[in-house]
Write a protein that binds this ligand. Structure first.
Ligand code: ZN
Length: 293
């Protein structure tokens, strides 16, 4: 198991999802699975692996511009800029729309893994690798053991700032939500003709203090993938180890499942935002159980 991790790290190297290295690692895993599985196959799929994290910088830019437009609205209200007062509303609406796009991205794409902004990014081919061990008797249950062979990018924020970087993620999320809520509230109050200027002015100043943190998020990750020995070859090697052990047990008449089919899976796009991990896992021969992972 340990040698397998070393062989992939040294022989293939870092494995960004959808790259040749990702495919090569998948082929090597299938070769290993073939030694003890009843059946193995690869599931090819198309995704945009860079969308999940790649949009962070654009999402952050939208927040920065929204703060600028929020302030433009305040400046017109303060009459530091003498233009038509309807611009108070126009600037506020622009800030609201920019924030809405950003909040949709951070909640639905980053937190919930929906592929909303993926159409903006390049499509690539990847392959999940699956192996099965059939039970000795009739199949009544299926158990899936899985890991992933794609590797993550270097996360600059965690690399340089350590635990402070982790805390900044929380601060960043709360900050964007507060800016979004305050901008929405200011818009609602505008239509209700409620004047709470000083309150929104104070929040405008708080937003300015928050901007450096927002700017740090522009550099959240690099595009250098890491070797990924720990995340997640360590799990793939355990998945292989389980298969090997059960196969040895079978030949020694030791513990081996009677009614439980074992699926051993290595995914190719976990770091890309769990791409194609909800797919139905169907053997080419058509006799496998459906595993929804
Ligand atoms: Zn991972």
């Amino acid at each position: 198991m340990h040698k397998f991790i070393g062989d992939i790290c040294d022989g293939i190297g870092p494995r960004e999802s959808g790259t040749e290295q990702d495919i090569l690692a998948g082929n090597k895993i299938e070769d290993e699975l073939k030694r003890f599985c009843d059946e193995t196959w690869q599931e090819e799929y198309t995704s945009s692996p860079t969308a999940f994290l790649g949009f962070i910088r654009y999402g952050v830019l939208l927040v920065i511009f929204s703060v600028i437009f929020y302030w433009l609205s305040l400046i017109v209200e303060l009459q530091w800029l003498i233009i038509d007062s309807s611009f108070i509303l126009y600037f506020l609406i622009i800030a609201f729309i920019l924030l809405l796009i950003s909040v949709i991205y951070f909640i639905l794409e980053v937190m919930k893994y929906h592929e909303i902004f993926d159409f903006l990014f390049k499509k690539k081919q990847s392959k999940n690798v699956v192996g099965t061990l059939n039970p000795t008797d009739e199949v009544k249950n299926t158990v899936i053991f899985s890991g992933h062979h794609d590797s993550a990018y270097e996360f600059n924020l965690f690399y340089y700032l350590k635990t402070v970087g982790v805390a900044l993620i929380f601060v960043g999320y709360v900050g964007i939500l507060v800016i979004f809520l305050m901008t929405s509230l200011k818009l609602i109050f505008y239509f209700l003709s409620i004047n709470f200027f000083f309150f929104f002015y104070m929040f405008g100043i708080i937003f300015l203090f928050f901007l450096p943190i927002t700017i740090a998020f522009l550099f959240f990750h690099s595009y250098n993938p890491v070797p990924g020995a720990f995340d997640n070859l360590s799990a793939v090697s355990i998945v292989l180890g389980i298969g090997k052990l059960l196969d040895e047990n079978k030949s020694k008449n030791d513990f081996y499942p009677k009614h439980t089919k074992i699926l051993l899976i290595s995914f190719a796009g976990e770091e890309a935002g769990l791409r194609n991990e909800q797919a139905q896992t169907q053997a080419p021969s058509g006799n496998a159980d459906i595993g929804v992972v």
